[in-house]
Ligand binder design. Sequence first.
Ligand code: NAD
Length: 329
Amino acid sequence: MRLLVTGGAGFIGSHYVRSALTGAHGASGVGSLVVLDKLTYAGNLANLDPVAADPRLEVVEGDITDVATVDALVAHADVVVHFAAESHVDRSITGAAGFVHTNVVGTQTLLDAALRHGVDKFVHVSTDEVYGSIESGSWSEDHALEPNSPYSASKASSDLLARAYHRTHGVPTVVTRCSNNYGPHQFPEKVLPLFITSLMRGGTVPLYGDGLNVRDWLHVDDHCRGIQLVLDGGRPGEVYNIGGGTELTNRELTERVLDAFGVGWERVRQVEDRKGHDRRYSVDISKIRAELGYEPRVGFEEGLASTIAWYRENEQWWQPLLKHLTVVR
Ligand code: NAD
């Protein structure tokens, strides 16, 4: 099988690429794997170091909105796994244009190429944030899309394009919507690596508002296993939620990280709440569980400990990235 992986130098995409090439999730026969990545501030070739010598891997630095580049690569792909996106909500609040361009126009550019060349499967990696915010219960895949941030609105738009290309043209698209990921190689502007690296440097961590926003934390390895299941067995035109991690308020998450560092609440500073901050996300994963046998495997305690250990051991990876933390929290 010839894979094209967009955004394969980012946090989740690179985990997927490493897993696919090592067969960690039982990926069926990868003949070749091309990564298309613009290498924005969030893209990092070092994330692919462990598999850099694999002769099946080729990395192309390029933009998913560039029609010629995309066309040439999709022409030689059997399947597309589409991760590339502008992904940080705070950045979308201060400037939405890049989010719409990459996430919406980029996805449409890929879908057009998939239509021209007739791929076997197009997995569009999306987020639970497209559903909006839910006080209680969980969203199933047929819940209305009610995104509240420019980021989630751009992702919802791209989900709808994936749906439309299936309905209109028969492109075999499958959409995944996953909860909050954590794990190694996550860019240090995201909450968990931000907290970990701040505490490692002796600093304080910023807690938004009352800290009672709830997120479902899923280890990136569980997300990538879910994506592989969807690539191998997901039905074209369908949406699959991926989650089933650990639901925590931001205060509880903060408490866990403080405990791991043996420090107290004096290391926390309360900051003004994020504009439009969603209160709670929660996906119902019964569909992927029943159809594809998905189950998360990494417990939060174990996953958090190994993630903190990774950041402790890989300071040379994250130190140079701190200069990109332009969004002050
Ligand atoms: P990330 O920001 O770490 O990585 C994004 C990657 O896309 C980077 O390598 C970047 O260089 C690349 N990229 C950005 N714009 C590009 C463009 N125009 N052309 C080509 N490449 C481009 O993001 P992530 O956290 O790894 O998220 C990956 C995907 O998973 C995104 O689509 C995101 O919406 C989705 N997702 C993320 C989470 C999460 O918790 N992080 C949860 C659910 C879904």
